[in-house]
Design a protein around this ligand. Sequence first.
Ligand code: ADP
Length: 486
Amino acid sequence: MTVRWRLSLWYGLMSSLTLVALGFTGYSLSVRQQYLNIDRVLIASARLVESGIRATGRSYALEADTSGPAKDGIVMVLRAYTPDGQLVSRSPSDPGLPATDPHAPLDAPAVPAYYKVLPLPFGGVDDPRANTAFGTLSVNGQRWRRYVIEVTQRGAPLGYVEALTPLERLDSASGLLFRSLLLVTGLSVLAVFLVGWWLAGSLLRPVERMMDSARRITANRDLGQRIHTAERRDEFSRLAGTFNEMLASLQTAWDSQQRFVGDASHELRAPLTVLRGNAQLLRRHPHLDAGERDLMLADIEKDAARMARLVDDLLLLAQSDAGSTLRRSPVSLRATAAEAIRDARRLSAAHTVHLQAPEDAFMVAGEKDRLRQLLLILLDNALKYSPAGTAVTVGIHREGEQTVLTVADQGPGIPAEALPHIFERFYRVDQARTRTSGGAGLGLAIAQWIAGQLGGSLHVAQTGPDGTRFALNLQAMPGSTPPASS
Ligand code: ADP
């Protein structure tokens, strides 16, 4: 069952129940009250006659019919019987009703008159007097309500007094009221259901639109499309907004993935072309002299090594995208930096590389190989981008709870406009120069990811014509002794 159907049915059901409950309660209360009013008038009229008979032996009320044939709009018939049940007098309003056994209701009192139209045992008029009773007669298919008082004086029976009134008007009015109520309730239920259906439809329209957009996006594979958000700020428009935000982030991820694949292919194509050219040359000229052969084979090896490095970097970045995390354990930053410096010295004999740090292990939480990779990336860059004969200095010091490692070179610095981008993948300040020297623009992206994984941060602390200084901030591990100088 659709949400629209469910909403309409629930709405219809709850409203119908409310309508029926309200209608039924109102109907019951008003109908019961009217029937009980008749009973009360009957009691009052009969008592009037009874008091006359007690006082004078006859009732003027009965004879003159002063209780009125239409008291409160009710036709009232009054009659008096002898103790043995003989009808002796009747009011002028009597239309010729047959004489009845006045004692019968006292033996078998009738149920409240409204039971015929409202069969609920709510109870009738409370009449505390003994020797009185209500009855219901049927004359020519018409109901009459009667009230009988057995009149006695000092234990001696004086006779019976009876008050009667027709119920026809009230019976038919109650029936009409009931049928009207049924009709109005039925129509209202139908109207409520239709309104519910329309309301549910209009409320769910934004969801339909969202589904259409989602279908279109799936069909066209176009993440650039957005869902129309309504003017009003309701839950649906917020949902559409969230959906659009999700689409935007998917699009960004998709675009960067595409760019990444494109850039990676581009980076791999250059060494592959050289490699293929060299291999073809070797095959076409099998009798090349040994010197040239060696040179070509060395080129092939260099390109293969470069591609292997690139593939390693790509793999690492793919792992980082997949949410892979580093396992951290206590590592000495100083020892790791010393190893990285030894590797760096092998990379360039034209530079001097020093370590400037107080005597301390500088323990941090990290993964040793990745920490060393990070330091090598910084050292490699410092060597690559600073002129031969200059010095590269690695420093380690404490700053409060932090251990800071810096790598400073004496190169030309990083242009200000390039600074915001240097940590982006495949970004190189000078495309032509760096490609030939081997950088693919992935080093700093990897270094920053490793720094983040170690719970630290990597940034350019200073750059200018006198050189560049990168700073790696890591949380110092407890047990690491503070600097001796402080
Ligand atoms: P690459 O593989 O090109 O070195 P990186 O991500 O390591 O890529 O560096 C990005 C860019 O930042 C480099 O192309 C370079 O232009 C610049 N850069 C990085 N380190 C330095 C540095 N120490 N001095 C000057 N420029 C640097």
